[in-house]
Design a protein around this ligand. Structure first.
Ligand code: F6R
Length: 333
C-alpha cells in the first residue's frame, strides 16, 4: 500500500474533523471570494458549487491579487503551506481595500500575516501534500463560510460525505478505479463532467492524474464541449483511438439534456477515442455526490502511478518552480 493510498484512506476522518471544527469568530458577509491555488484552491471550487445549490454566491479566485470588485465580500485565503505567492498577494489586495479576510492554512507566511493583521486563522492539520488534505481544506472552507453566514449549516453534509466516501473506500471505488486505470494506462486521460458539480469533479480527476500519476490529463464539461471539443477528435481517429482515454462523470442532478448529451456524445466519439469508463455519483447531498466522484479519480490516479512505477506523493517539478520563483525578484506577499 503506497503512502498516498494511506492518505486517501483518511478522507472520511478529515471530513468528520471538519464537521466538528469549532471556528473562530468570522466577520458576517453576504458573499465570499475563496482565493487559493492547486490542491488548496479546489476547496473554493467545492464551496462555489455548494453555495450555488443554496442560492448563495461564492467566487473562486486562482490568480494573483483579487477581482477589482472585491470590497464587501469576505475573502477566504486558503493555502495548505501558507506560502503560495498568489494567495499571499490576494490577502495583500484584501488589506489594501479593507476587505475582511480569513486564513485557512497549516501555518507559513499566511498565518503570520493573519496574526499580524488580527484576521481569523483556521488551522488545519498538516498533510504530506495539500491535495491529500482535500477533506480538511474543503471542509474548513465550508465551515468558515457557514460561520460567516454565507452558507447554511455544513456539519450534516460533511458527515454524509464522510459516510459515502467511507463506503466507496470499503470496496466499490477501488474496483471501479482498477478497471478504469486498466483502460487508461498508456493513454492521455480526458475527463468529461456535467455543469457545476461534474466540472469540479472532472477538474479534481485531472489534477490528481497530473500530480499523483505524473501524467497529462485534461477535462471539459457538458454542454460546452459539445460546441467545440467534440469536433476535435474527428480529424485523426487513429491518434484518438490509440492515445486518448475518455472518462464520463455523471450526477443524478445533471440537467436532463446534459445527461442526454453525455450519452449521445459518448456514442458519437466512441469510434475515434477509447471510452475508458463512466462513473455515477452516489449520495443525496451535493458534497457527498461530488466526493463520491472524486474519490474514484483519486484512486485511479494512484493506480496509474503504481502501474507507471512512479511515487504518487512528491511533486518535484512544482517545488523546483516555486524555488526558482522565490529566487527571482518580484515574489509577492
Ligand atoms: C501539491 C498540490 C499543489 C499545491 C499548490 C498550492 O500537493 O496539490 O497543487 O496545492 O501548489 O500550494 P498550497 O496548497 O500550499 O497553497
Amino acid at each position: 500500500m503506497s503512502e498516498m493510498r494511506d492518505l486517501i484512506a483518511t478522507f472520511p476522518e478529515q471530513l468528520r474533523w471538519a464537521a466538528g471544527l469549532v471556528t473562530p469568530s468570522i466577520p458576517p458577509a453576504e458573499s465570499a471570494i475563496v482565493a487559493g491555488m492547486g490542491g488548496s484552491g479546489i476547496a473554493g471550487d467545492v464551496a462555489a458549487v455548494v453555495a450555488e445549490a443554496a442560492s448563495r454566491r461564492v467566487t473562486v479566485h486562482k490568480a494573483y491579487g483579487l477581482p477589482r470588485w472585491v470590497a464587501g465580500d469576505l475573502v477566504v485565503a486558503v493555502s495548505h503551506s501558507g506560502n503560495t505567492e498568489e494567495t499571499l498577494s490576494g490577502v495583500q489586495a484584501a488589506a489594501a481595500v479593507g476587505a475582511p479576510w480569513v486564513a485557512v492554512t497549516t501555518g507559513g507566511r499566511l498565518q503570520g500575516k493573519a496574526v499580524a493583521a488580527g484576521a481569523p486563522v483556521v488551522a488545519i492539520p498538516f498533510s504530506p501534500q495539500p491535495r491529500a488534505a482535500f477533506g480538511y481544506l474543503a471542509g474548513a472552507v465550508l465551515r468558515v463560510l457557514e460561520a460567516a453566514g454565507v452558507l447554511p449549516s455544513q456539519a450534516g453534509a460533511l458527515e454524509e460525505a464522510a459516510d459515502v466516501v467511507a463506503s466507496a473506500l470499503a470496496g466499490p471505488a477501488h474496483e471501479a478505479a482498477a478497471a478504469i486505470a486498466g483502460r487508461l494506462a498508456g493513454r492521455v486521460t480526458v475527463i468529461y463532467g456535467g455543469t457545476g458539480l461534474g466540472a469540479v469533479a472532472a477538474n479534481r480527476w485531472k489534477t490528481q492524474m497530473n500530480e499523483n500519476g505524473k501524467a497529462p490529463a485534461y477535462w471539459s464539461s457538458l454542454p460546452e464541449l459539445d460546441h467545440n471539443e467534440i469536433v476535435g477528435w474527428t480529424a485523426s481517429p487513429q491518434l484518438g483511438r490509440d492515445s486518448i482515454g475518455v472518462v464520463f462523470l455523471h450526477d443524478g442532478a445533471d440537467h436532463p439534456r446534459v445527461a442526454l448529451r453525455a450519452r449521445l456524445t459518448g456514442e458519437l466519439i466512441a469510434p475515434v477515442v477509447a471510452i475508458a469508463g463512466e462513473v455515477s455519483s452516489v449520495g443525496s447531498g451535493m458534497l457527498a455526490r461530488l466526493l463520491s466522484l472524486t474519490i474514484v479519480g483519486d484512486l485511479v490516479s494512484v493506480e496509474l502511478a503504481e502501474r507507471a512505477g512512479v511515487d504518487p506523493v512528491p511533486v518535484a517539478i512544482i517545488e523546483d518552480l516555486k524555488k526558482r520563483l522565490t529566487d527571482q525578484p518580484g515574489g509577492s506577499g
